[in-house]
Design a protein around this ligand. Structure first.
Ligand SMILES: [Zn+2]
Length: 102
């Protein structure tokens, strides 16, 4: 049996998760980071992290997506961690800026 406090805590946690989920979907993803040349900038890394979170939002853990980096060029499926590394170390394919920006 849940106590009233436990139940309230669970409801609050659920609502916070729900708000985070919808804000991620509705925020319209800022894509300006894709044009940053210096990939060591925190703005670029934050953009990559947000992009990956949205790209994987409906996928189960361990699933793969096309990697938009210059090396993979959307031709190879990669895991979330690899995509992050490629986008930071290699960079995003330039023509994909426009695809993701439209
Ligand atoms: Zn890649």
């Amino acid at each position: 049996m849940f106590s009233f406090c436990t139940l309230t805590h669970l409801i609050v946690e659920f609502l916070v998760l729900l708000i985070e989920y919808f804000s991620l979907i509705c925020m319209g993803l800022d894509k300006s980071w894709m044009k940053i040349i210096d990939r060591t900038q925190l703005v670029y890394e934050k953009g990559v992290i947000d992009f990956i979170e949205v790209a994987f939002i409906d996928l189960e853990e361990g699933k793969l997506i096309w990697c938009p980096c210059k090396k993979c060029n959307n031709n190879f499926f990669q895991f979330k961690r690899i995509i992050y590394e490629h986008m930071i170390t290699i960079g995003i394919k330039k023509r994909l800026w426009y695809m993701w920006s439209s």
